[in-house]
Ligand binder design. Structure first.
Ligand code: AR6
Length: 177
């Protein structure tokens, strides 16, 4: 699996699947979740409402509707309570389960945001290390993973983990149907 990092907006990625940093209700929220729902249109909320929520560390998929990606994989990151409550394992599980769901869908290109590092308060440096080590440990049919940094600081943290910078935001890596 190839890993790359860019600074960008996940709602603009032309990949097979983007990952949403959702909450357990899967009924929308702020941050990247709000941006994805706005860009996907109201059908996304209707589809999410049928999923019956999602446990922390798990992932569930919907179509992408008005987004340029085919699917959205909704995962629920851990809320940071200081690190003693299994937050590391839960965050690793988000990356692992999202890739498992992507594999089952037949997605070969997947974009991730920095799960849990916004409203949920996970330390960004530790989250970057977990994201990269977990993804590197997986064997999957997914060929290409693009990590989307919303700011330069996140970009640098991911680069420091040895992730190559991606070339452009709009390469079209959609797998033909
Ligand atoms: N593209 C890529 N990354 C983004 C975008 C975007 N358009 N917008 C924000 N980010 P957060 P969490 C980055 O708070 O910490 C929601 O209300 C952001 O800068 O979106 O997992 C949910 O409903 C940060 O680096 O997700 C939950 O209730 C990262 O995405 C809760 O927030 C994650 O920040 C989940 O909190």
């Amino acid at each position: 699996m190839e890993l790359e990092v860019i600074v960008g907006d996940i709602t603009r990625q032309k990949v097979d699947a983007i990952v949403n940093a959702a909450n357990q209700t899967l009924l929308g929220g702020g941050g990247v979740d709000g941006a994805i729902h706005r860009a996907a249109g109201p059908r996304l909320l209707e589809a999410c409402a049928k999923l019956g929520g999602c446990h922390t560390g798990d992932a569930k998929a919907t179509p992408g509707f008005d987004l340029p990606c085919r699917w959205v994989i909704h995962t629920v990151g851990p809320v940071w309570y200081g690190g003693g409550g299994g937050e590391d394992l839960a965050l690793a599980s988000c990356y692992r389960r999202s890739i498992e769901v992507a594999d089952r869908l037949g997605a070969t290109t997947v974009a991730f945001p920095a799960i849990s590092t916004g409203a949920y308060g996970f330390p960004p440096d530790q989250a970057a290390a977990i994201a990269v080590s977990t993804l590197r440990s997986l064997t999957a049919k997914v060929r290409r993973v693009r990590l989307i940094a919303f700011d330069q600081r996140t970009f640098r943290l991911l680069e420091r983990q040895g992730v190559e910078p991606g070339s452009s935001e709009d390469f079209d890596s959609l797998t033909p149907p």
